[in-house]
Ligand binder design. Sequence first.
Ligand code: ADP
Ligand code: MG
Length: 734
Amino acid sequence: MSPGSPRRLRQLATISVAELKNVGERRQASLAEMGITSVFDLLTVYPRRYVDRTRRVDLSDLTVGEEVAIFATVHKVSSRRTRQGRAMVELTVRDEGESLTVIFFNQPWRDKQLPVGTQALFFGKVTDYRGRRQMSNPVVDVVVGVSGLERDPSHVGRVVPIYPASGKAGLTSWEMGGFIDESLRRAGEFLDPVPAHYLEDLGLIDRTTAMRGIHLPPQWDDIAIARRRLVFDEFLRLQLLLVLRRARLEETEAGVAHDVDLHALDVTPGALATSGASLVHRFLAGHRYELTGAQRRVLREIFGDLASPRPMHRLLQGDVGSGKTTVALAAMLAVLGSSRQSALMAPTEVLAEQHVSGLRRDLDGLMVEDPSVLGGERPVSVQLLTGRLRAKERQAVLEGLATGAVDIVVGTHALLTDDVRFAALGLVVIDEQHRFGVEQRATLRDKGRAHSVDDTDPDVLVMTATPIPRTAALVLFGDLDLSVIDEMPAGRVPIVTSWCRSDEEVAGVWAHVRREAAAGRQSFVVCPLVDGSDRVEAASAVEERTRLATHELAGLRVGLLHGQMKSAEKDLVMDDFRNGELDVLVATVVIEVGVDVPDATVMVIEDAWRFGLAQLHQLRGRVGRGSHPSACYLLGEPPSEDGETRLTALVGSTDGFVLAEEDLRLRGEGTLLGARQRGRSDLRLAELLRDRDVLDAARNVALDMVARGGLSEDVIDELRLFVDEDEADYLFKS
Ligand code: ADP
Ligand code: MG
């Protein structure tokens, strides 16, 4: 490192931790175990929390049984063995003349970790031992060590950072602090790639001050200010990559400007359709129900995209049952009206099959122009294409797609395999996408182009199964435009959700199921989730069905649906259920998404705590789709507080957007963002719930920077840290 010139993060990433004064081979290995190999890695290990060295807990005030954190200095250390032969380290710690005994059992190394003079935090329960207060086996954070080697205590101010230490790797927070001190010293000034005017507008401090402020805050207040700037940087990098990716797509893609009929969106059922009226017009005029205001609004957004020569990349969010499928159908018809085909991709075969029958029902009687046939028109053709079709059927569908005789094809993601060719693919709709990641989206788009005869890119509409919080959508789908359906179709009777814990309550549930069956309505019973095993899950569903059919629900027609059944069997069962030939469907989560049976009014979920909140909401959304009052019963006693919170939340709200926020709060963003996030960005400090305003700010700055054309070399250099070479070539080529 040449002193003087400001450091780029990428430079710091090339400097090995081995270059630091106190890092020898052993510590280098320990750091590597924690995923830390460079000075940059070290500097982005942020404190877990901070301790105010001057804040005192009065040791003479401690109550037995209380959980406390005390900050004290080790005054005396002794180690010996108990009569049972257990290693025991006994400390006397002191604060302001008061003292307390701290005992460690079976942790003989504590005497070396905590020599006399060490200042540390001890977390634990105060106990009473023969009239003396003491703490045994507390959690310890060394705040100021005495070995001197690792860290010069004079660097440490009043506010002391506590770093994530690794017991396994044998590194303490204190040692980490020492390495980070030295890294900061050697880094000196940081290059700040964000133009000053953005920082000023947002009231953000410069990077050098922020880096020092997070690691060595002079005052408490400095921490939040530093954190805000660093969180902004994390979000900005992520958003720049997403916005840039989108901009590149728009440059390289050749879209189709579809000839759409915007006025058709104002058509209501029963309206007159003249002979020249557009397909969408005729569809809506003959439809069973009127679009909701929200459906109309998002369709206007979608039609705008379709009419534009740039390919659409849009995410459609809406709660379960808000009518996303109808929106997708109207979009497909708009595209068909402009003589292009659509592909609808569902996450499972059951759903693909259901979509085909639903679409066929909705499109019944609708004619599309076709000069090649007698009379110049024919019914709209909707076909299923899954891996399970027989060779001959498959061949027929493939031919129809290649000639243009098939207008809409529905399948799973196996849909776009190599032998599928479209005459003119105009739109790809991906249903329940949040199981797929950004990468799959890119593959799909590429395939879409490869499958078009005229080398154009199809428009892409992505639909999520259940809402995700807006912040998460920005992070996961920041390369897409967002449309939200925030209104439910009128006339829905709210679903009453109850959590049944006692035997009487459960008996009441089965009584309700029987009453509904007597009234000609149907119930779902969802069997417990068995982690990782389709087979075990199926077996337990088989058992449960037998039990219910011979006991609680004896006399009712009880069907079974699970993931181990052949698709033909599943079809039969679903058809029977839909047609009212079954009263009850005992199923595994295969019915989770999208299954639409308007006469189903009861959803019973066994061991409900085993499911995630979004999944529960999705399951509940399988009922309440018709005009009869519906109920959702959650069974089971959660073994954890988490489970209780989830079930309580579900009982308390039917709003998917509210539950999505709650889910984020409960699970943290880790699960939500998951592996998708890794390698794409570096959200270390940022938290989606807490930092949503910073995310918005970063999003706007990213949009502005990209819109002004050409990112600065400094910014590009920094982004290179977070993408692989191929992607960098694609994103940053001039
Ligand atoms: P989602 O996919 O968003 O969960 P669906 O598109 O499956 O919702 O629609 C749920 C149910 O509501 C379906 O039975 C559908 O026919 C019906 N539906 C959709 N839009 C409307 C509307 N505007 N008015 C009345 N019913 C509607
Ligand atoms: Mg749906």
